[in-house]
Design a protein around this ligand. Sequence first.
Ligand code: AMP
Ligand code: MN
Ligand code: MN
Ligand code: MN
Length: 282
Amino acid sequence: MSNYSKIDLHTHSNKSDGELSPYDLIAKASNNGIQMLALTDHDTISGLRDAKKAAVRKNIRFINGVELSTQWDNKTIHIVGLNIDAENSIIVKACKKLKVLRKERAKKISQKLSKVGISGSYEYTKKLAVNGNITRFHFAQFLIEKKYAKNQAAVFKNYLVNNKPGYVSANWPSLSETIKLINSVGGIAVIAHPLRYKITATKLRKLIDTFKQCGGKAIEVITSHNISKEITKTSNYAKKYDLAASIGSDFHNESVSWNRLGELPLLPENLVPVWKLWNKDN
Ligand code: AMP
Ligand code: MN
Ligand code: MN
Ligand code: MN
């Protein structure tokens, strides 16, 4: 069993689409009694230095992380990299490229929205994304603010998704090259929120199988939206494929009730916690 009880290894700051600065995220984590935290912004490592500094002061064990967008079998799959060496030029370069990809995609999304009479979204989202990593979350904020949609759920039903205005097919790096990248900078590759991909169980097994063959080591067993049936499913995948188990809220902001920072059930005792892979003492 671990010496930690409050752990959150999947969180976002305003360096991607989270609300809080890395500093404020750590302050909140400290108030919530979190002992170990990873910052895992979408395709960027730019918040890690500030977060680490703040975490040291608050006596929180800080883990360098990133959530990388990948492409597999025509689907976007998110792979979290934990305990990465963020100084390694390989990851620095990869994130620079992803930032350019995001910028290009944002321009295309904006052009597509213009075609249905919705203008000004690129300029708006560029301002929202303080670090320049524009995500669909920022476009969602724009569409809600301009009254084209009433909430996030409506945005991701009526816009920005396949066959809807503002959809742009993603051009992310492949799953295999992303896992290799994480491994090459000393990190652990983790399948993020495995039950959120809207794929059949057969395809999910194929995904986990490929992930494992490419050198992936862990899977999120506890994520947001936890209901015991889902934890049983993800635990079974961890066991079946001999993967370590991770735990993370996917916290973005205060207003979403189902992914509050650090408010997560404990990992089932019979699984290998992912931090065992980098922390032999726990
Ligand atoms: P992107 O990586 O730019 O494609 O943006 C993906 C982000 O949009 C996710 O990380 C979420 O923050 C947000 N998102 C995607 N789908 C939904 C959804 N159905 N409801 C709410 N937020 C979503
Ligand atoms: Mn997000
Ligand atoms: Mn994700
Ligand atoms: Mn996330």
